[in-house]
Structures are given as C-alpha cells and as structure tokens.
Design a protein around this ligand. Structure first.
Ligand code: KIV
Ligand code: ZN
Length: 518
C-alpha cells in the first residue's frame, strides 16, 4: 500500500474569498456534506472571526459533519484563535489553522513586524491554540517569497509550540514547480523536528502552476494538499481538488501515493459549487469542463470507437460523469424528472423539487427536448435559499433596429407586485434600468456574460451577472430560452445575493475583514 496524501479542502474559506462567490449558511452546509461524502479528510469551513455569518456556518458544519476534520482559520491573534475554537470545538474532529506572514514584503508593509516580533507571535499563538486543540495547523503565509533560513526557524518554533501540521503556502502563486518542491526538500533537510509534523502544500494559480506546484511538493515530502473544488479561490484561484486527486490516481506509477477521495463524486461536487457560487466552469477545464471528455475531431472519434484508451486517460465514469440517453420532454413526469436530477448529482427536498418541476414544465412547453445541460442550468438557477426578496414575474421588450429600446418589467418585491417601463441602449440595458428603478438600487454591473447552453436556436441562454457595491460583490446565473429574460433573472439573482451579503455584513459586530489584514 502506498502512503496517503491527505486532502484538505478550502472551498468554503479560500474559495469563498473569490470576489462574488457568496454562499449562505445552508449552501455551505450542502457543500460540506458533499465534501464529506467524497471522503475529504479536512474541510476548512471558514474564517470564524471574519463575520458572524462565517462563524455560524463553521459552527453548523461542525455539528453536521461526522467523518471529516473541521478546520477554522485564525490570524496570529488570540481573539481569532478563541473564535475559531468556539466554532470548531463541537466537531467530531476539530482543527485550528493559524497563520502569520513570513516574507519580507508582508512583514514590513502589512504586519509592520520584524523577524523577532514574528517569532514571538508564533510562540504565543501556536502554544495558545495547542492548549485548546490537539490538532493545530500553522501556515507561514507567503512562504514562496520568504527567506529560507528564517522559514526554518519559524517552522521549528511552530512545531516546538505544538503545531501538528506545517502548511507552506505559495500565497501569490509566484513559484515554479522545481522551486516550490525544493522549499519542501530544504525544510525536510534543515528543520530538526520536522518529523513531528505533517507537511502541507497550499498553492495559488496566478501563473497557472497551482496543481503542478502541489504535485512537486508531494514529490518532496508534502503529505497534505490544500485545494478547492473547480480551483475556486482568491484571484486566479487555488489548486483544483479534482485535478490533484485525478493526477495522483492516473499517474500512480510516477506519483506513488494515494488519496482516499471517492472520485465518482467529483462531477456532482463541481456542479454544486458552480451553481451555488454562480461561477461557471470553463468548457475546457481539466476533469470537470463540459469538453473534458468530448471528442470532436473525426480521427479522435474513430479512435474512440475502436478503443476508448486511444484518446482517454481516465474514464468519464471515474469522475462521476454518466451519459444517459434519457432526454426529457413536456410529457415527462415528476418521477422521471427526479430520477434524472439524481443521476446528474442533485438531490432536492420535496418543496424545492416541486418548484423545480414547475419550472421544468414551463421550459418543456417552450423547448421540444430538455437536455441534461438544460436541467443542470435549471437546478443551478437557484435563489430559493436567499429568501428571494425580489422575484421575477414578467418582461416585455421592444427590440430590433429601433432607436430606443423599451422594457416593461414586473417584479414581486417582498410579496408586492410592481411594474415599470424603462428605456435603454438595447433591450438588456432597458430591462436592467427597469429593475434598478423598481428596486431603487444602483449597484455597479461588473460582469455580464451570455452563452448558449445547448445547440439549436431554441437553446436556453445562460447569463452570468456580477454586481458590486462598496467593495461587496455577488455573482449569479439565470437561464431561459429568451436571453433577455435570462438576463433579467441573472440580474435579480445577483441582486438578491448582494442584498443578503450586505445585510449580513451590516449586522456583524466585527465587520467583514480582509485576509490581507492578517
Ligand atoms: O494563501 C495563503 O497563504 C492562505 C493562508 C491563510 C494559508 O490562504
Ligand atoms: Zn490561500
């Protein structure tokens, strides 16, 4: 049996730090449940001191999850550590993850601490955390740009103070694989007590090297890898869980390790995270992109028909991607609909199912055949859990080569139906102006993106909208065979999320903090 690589998922913490990736408590619990189902070893459930919402989500996940360790993040501050412990202490297995920056640029400009002060902070906070919890992870933020001799001192001290996992992050995605790997090698050779802790790699994808760097770290002694579903995360994202896990599985001859991840849940987890965050997965994304197992070129198709091994290094089944011939239409019943959703990886409660079934029937009335992609969009177009402050009712637009485009929008706002007509430079602009006027909001539109879900002129359009207000952002999708209606739905979904996010941040005693203040 090969040695195990522990998978530490940080979708709910570093992943949620992606601008616009809002998740509410119920959604975070849902994601934690699928991570547990996949057999993720450690789930970093949040940054409890960052907001009351974060604290409550970590608390709730700690109560609900039985098989994975639950970690809470804390800066090198006693109040952070207390809050993290408060949130994770009821978990079956809990971890405090505390960190401080060790690079010259972070110490000088962000922390305004010299080396001695950083060492003192490590001594104080790691010992404090270890007194509360037997499982303590310590991270040297921006290790990729830290002085290696100082890193040895910090790591040795953290282990002496009780850290059981030492996480080495390439916080800004700056290193190359051989460079990052050699940090692990040197740490193993130069830190005398290193055998007392598990070494962990945490990488960011600024140069597109996050996964390669994590694998290089594994080759040089890392036994824990920190990653996120779909590679979600700050800026260009973190190492993608699905890529790490499948690389280790497919290349077991050259990477003689194993993870205990049940890879057949990968597709389900990817779709869930994408639908909750409103972040689409690029079609050519490794493992989980819609084209990852598609073969277009004739020569490839010919090879595939003769032997799938000609062009596939892993099977779609191994990542939970099942192709079914069952296409739904307007005569399909609730049972077939539910079965199909389950096959696609969704499991809805009765109320949500009834609501979705109604929307499916409306869609089937407009479209002859409803494909898997349509259902994924339908299931993903979900704002149910945001208490739908604002609901779409109807839309009528004047489009074409006329001068001013007119849009009449009807919404239900807190149960009250309201309508208005606005003009704009195009039907989408007119529609958004009408929504803004009805909701009396003036948020900045940061992203507007449209794509067709399937082929054909009756295909549904899927629209992504990102809104921003005073540093807070939210992103959401909407789908409909009419792309102007899809645009209105996406705008409203994003609006509901942003209103939720704003109310959450205003009700916090400790307002949302940026990890950069650490
Ligand atoms: O990238 C980073 O350095 C982090 C730490 C908090 C581990 O996310
Ligand atoms: Zn990070």
């Amino acid at each position: 049996m090969t040695e195990k690589i522990y998978i530490f998922d940080t979708t709910l913490r570093d992943g949620e730090q992606s601008p616009g990736a809002t998740m509410n408590l119920e959604e975070k619990v849902q994601i934690a449940e699928i991570l547990e189902e996949m057999n993720v070893d450690i789930i970093e459930a949040g940054f409890p001191i960052a907001s009351n919402g974060d604290f409550e989500a970590v608390l709730e996940i700690s109560k609900n999850i039985n098989n994975s360790t639950i970690a809470g993040l804390a800066r090198a501050k006693l109040a952070d550590i207390d809050r993290a412990w408060e949130a994770v202490k009821n978990a079956k297995s809990s971890r405090i993850h505390t960190f401080i920056a060790t690079s010259p640029v972070h110490m000088k400009y962000k922390l305004k601490k010299n080396k001695t002060e950083v060492l003192e902070a490590i001594q104080q906070t790691v010992s404090y955390a270890r007194n509360l919890c037997s499982d303590v992870e310590w991270s040297c933020e921006d290790a990729g740009r830290s002085d290696i001799d100082f890193l040895y001192k910090c790591i040795e001290l953290a282990i002496r103070c009780g850290a059981t996992t030492i996480n080495i992050p390439d916080t800004v995605g700056y290193t190359l694989p051989n460079e990052f790997g050699s940090i692990f090698k040197s740490v193993r050779n130069n830190v005398p007590n290193i055998h007392k802790a598990i070494l962990s790699a945490h990488t960011h994808n600024d140069l597109g090297l996050a996964v390669a760097n994590s694998l290089a770290a594994v080759q040089e002694g890392a036994r824990q890898v920190e990653c996120t579903i779909n590679g979600l995360g700050e800026r260009a994202g973190n190492s993608a869980l699905e890529e790490i896990v499948m690389a280790i599985k497919v290349k077991k001859d050259l990477i003689p390790f194993h993870t205990e991840i049940k890879t057949e849940f990968i597709t389900k987890a990817s779709r869930l995270v994408s639908s909750i965050t409103g972040f689409s997965v690029q079609p050519n994304k490794a493992i989980v992109g819609t084209n990852a197992f598609a073969h277009e070129a004739g020569i490839h198709q010919d090879g595939m028909l003769k032997h799938t091994g000609t062009y596939e290094i892993m099977t779609p089944d191994s990542v939970g991607l099942t192709k079914s011939s069952l296409v739904l239409g307007k005569h399909s019943g609730k049972h077939a609909f539910n079965e199909k959703l389950k096959e696609l990886g969704y499991d809805f409660g009765d109320n949500a199912l009834m609501e979705l079934f109604g929307r499916f029937k409306d869609l089937a009335d407009k479209k002859k055949e409803v494909f898997d992609e349509d259902l994924i969009a339908l299931a993903g177009d979900r704002t149910i859990s945001y208490n739908e402050h604002i609901k779409f009712v109807s839309l009528l637009v004047n489009a074409g080569s006329i001068e001013k485009h007119e849009a009449t929008v009807s919404l239900e706002i807190d149960g009250e139906k309201k309508s208005t007509t606005s003009f704009g430079n195009g039907p989408v602009d007119g529609t958004f102006n009408a929504i803004k006027s009805l909701t009396k909001t003036h948020f900045k539109l940061k992203l507007y993106q449209v794509h067709a879900i399937t082929a054909g002129t009756d295909a549904q359009g899927e629209v992504t909208v990102r809104l921003e207000d005073r540093g807070l952002t939210s992103q959401a999708k909407g789908s409909d065979p009419d792309i102007i209606v899809a645009s209105a739905k996406a705008y409203i979904n994003s609006l509901n999320k942003l209103i939720f996010k704003k109310s959450k941040s205003m009700s916090n005693e400790i307002s949302e903090i940026e990890i950069g203040e650490a």
